[in-house]
Ligand binder design. Sequence first.
Ligand SMILES: [Fe+2]
Ligand SMILES: [Fe+2]
Length: 145
Amino acid sequence: MDKLTREAQAHGEISEAVALFKKELTEVYKGRTYNSIIKIVKFFEDTIPEHFKFEEEQIFPDILEKATINEMKLIKDLQQEHADVLRKFNQLKKISSECSPESDKKQIDTAINFSREILQIVNDHAYKEDKELFPLLKKYGLDLK
Ligand SMILES: [Fe+2]
Ligand SMILES: [Fe+2]
C-alpha cells in the first residue's frame, strides 16, 4: 500500500475512533467513574503513539527532504505537537494510576477533564494535518511509491 493511502487510512481510523469515542465519552462523562478513566487511557494507548510513530518515521523525513522553509516549520510544529500530546498522555497515565475505584469525585474529574484536553489537542492536530500535511504528500508525489 502506498504511503498516502496508508496515511489517509490511519487518519480515517483515528478520526473515526476519536469521533466514536467522543460519542461514547458523552456517556462516560455522565457516569464519570474509575472505569471511564481506564477506558480512556486504553483508547489513547491503542491509537495515538503508533500513529505518531508512523508519521514521524514514514512521512515527515520524506517531506523534509524536499520541504520549503515554511513546510519545514509546519513539520517542526507537528512534531512538537506529537511530543506535547505524548507528554500529556504520560501525565494522564500518572494521574490515572493514582486513581482507584474508591477515589473521590474530584480526583476522577481531574483525570477525565485532563483526558478531554488531550482529545481536543489531538483533534486540532489531525485537522491541521488534513489541511496542511496531506497536500504536501500530493505535492511531492509521495503517494506514488
Ligand atoms: Fe500527527
Ligand atoms: Fe496524524
